[in-house]
Design a protein around this ligand. Structure first.
Ligand SMILES: Cc1ncc(COP(=O)(O)O)c(C=O)c1O
Length: 469
């Protein structure tokens, strides 16, 4: 029996508590295929309901990615791109949208703020982007603003929501947080006159482990929660790929009276999010990873509706956060827009906005549930092939094995080799992934554009590289 749809198969089997590895073996055996064969990878590609979305993207060429002095003979082929967790690919429609904006700028100039020939008036261009983000983060339009960049948004939100008192002044983070988050939070603590030793609490993994246990996060919250002002965590850790249980941690921290902030840099467009229903206080994200908005693309924030009218909070204001009806009357007194948009400071770059919009139009052709289910299978297939092909070669996957505790990314650590050497050897074979902290290879098949055969090629190339060493 041929299964046209892995997604349906996967949903049914997940309901029966089957592991992704079992599901993969099951699909292969039902179709008389060897699960380790190239033929099986092609079968999965062929039956991928979302395969058409790949056509929306431009893929880098191996010849453009490998420095000429490293390898003299370089293929003109498309690279196998597994770095969507770092920088997503260019959606083809983005080029058209940007060209349209340049055209409007050339022909309408300032008039396009209120009369844009493609219907994207610059004065409120963010609305169209927000309407496409609501389903991706699980939020109402009032809860989202598209603005600035990630780290600057952390500072802007903390200016309002980190208001330490003598008894509640601590910030809880994961020890292995992305450095920019740490720098931002530490500088906020110092700005308010507290000592880091007293005010920064770090969640650490247990001795010998690389990722912390959720029970340990909850127990620190339970123990220290009364003095914690802010719990700030990456929903998916950049290094290990660990996905945290957002609703559970949020609930536990709020029970103790803490404000909870989630950094969605590696989660948005990758895993399903229901920020409103989970009662998350605040979230921040960048959009250049799984959201494919381009290098340094415009970021976003989520402020739960319950905080929408808290105008008494301190705020670093700017005219784009001011009441839209009267913004251009140039009044002296600031009247914040209720909700997330009240935290906007400056008028946004229309070019950045449409760059993000182009990708969101691709997302609109599917939904996060289908993408996530493809991702369970695609990343599960990666894990399966690694386990089957590379055992005994001195590597380990440091990402939690439970598919509900990671997104697209798996992080692989090697016993002896430097990740950088492997990256370069893979690059020569036309495969792009990245490394962090010199020891970890990060591999992220993005369900929007990666194929099962990409994963197959990667694992076989990695095996060849490791056997050569
Ligand atoms: C988890 C996390 N936090 C913060 C940042 C910094 O982002 P930005 O340079 O857009 O402020 C990144 C960038 O990759 C990130 O992954």
């Amino acid at each position: 029996m041929v299964f046209r749809s892995h997604l349906r198969e996967l949903r049914e089997r997940f309901r029966e508590q089957k592991s992704v590895h079992e599901i993969i073996r099951n699909i292969a055996s039902k179709n008389g295929l060897d699960p380790l064969s190239h033929e099986f990878a092609l079968y999965l590609d062929d039956n991928d309901e979302l395969k058409h979305l790949r056509e929306e993207f431009s893929f880098p060429k191996v010849s453009e990615c490998v420095p000429k002095d490293v390898v003299p003979i370089i293929s003109e082929e498309e690279a196998v791109y597994l770095s969507g967790n770092s920088l997503g690919l260019l959606p083809k429609r983005t080029r058209k949208l940007i060209n349209e904006e340049l055209d409007v700028w050339a022909t309408s100039a300032v008039a396009a703020h209120f009369n844009h020939k493609f219907g994207r008036n610059w004065a409120n261009i963010e609305d169209q982007v927000i309407s496409k983000l609501t389903g991706i983060v699980g939020a109402k339009p009032i809860e989202i603003a598209v603005m600035n960049t990630l780290t600057s948004n952390i500072h802007l939100l903390l200016a309002s929501f980190y208001t330490p008192t003598q008894s509640r002044f601590k910030i809880l983070i994961e020890e292995n947080s992305f450095p920019s988050d740490r720098y931002a939070l530490e500088s906020q603590i110092k700005f308010h006159g507290y000592l880091l030793e007293a005010a920064l609490i770090e969640i650490k993994p247990r001795p010998g482990d690389i990722t912390p246990e959720i029970e340990d996060v909850l127990s620190v919250i339970e123990k220290e929660g009364d003095s914690i002002a802010l719990v700030f965590m990456e929903a998916v850790n950049y290094h290990t790929g660990q996905l945290f249980d957002i609703p559970k941690i949020t609930k536990a921290a709020q029970k103790k009276g803490c404000i909870v902030v989630w950094n969605l840099a590696h989660a948005i467009g990758n895993v399903e999010l229901k920020l409103h229903d989970w009662n998350v206080d605040l979230a921040v994200w960048c959009s250049y990873k799984y959201l494919n908005s381009g290098p340094g693309g415009i970021a976003g924030i989520f402020v739960h509706e319950k905080h929408a009218f808290e105008f008494d909070r301190p705020r670093f204001a700017g005219w784009w956060g001011h009441n839209r009806e009267t913004r251009f009357l140039m009044n002296k007194s600031f009247q914040p827009i209720p909700g997330a948009k009240g935290f906007q400071v400056s008028n946004p770059s229309a070019l950045d906005m449409v760059a993000l919009y182009g990708s969101l139009e691709v997302f609109s052709q599917t939904n996060m549930s289908d993408l996530r289910h493809k991702s369970y299978l695609l990343t599960g297939y990666l894990e399966f092939l690694l386990d089957e092909n590379l055992h005994g070669i001195g590597y380990r996957i440091i990402t939690p094995r439970n598919p509900h505790e990671h997104g697209a990314q798996l992080s692989i650590m090697f016993d002896e080799l430097k990740a950088e050497e492997i990256i370069n050897a893979l690059l020569i074979r036309g495969i792009i992934c990245d490394e962090r902290k010199q020891t970890v290879l990060r591999v992220a098949p993005a369900p929007l554009y990666n194929r099962f055969s990409d994963v197959y090629k990667f694992v076989n190339a990695l095996k060849a590289v490791l056997l050569e060493k």
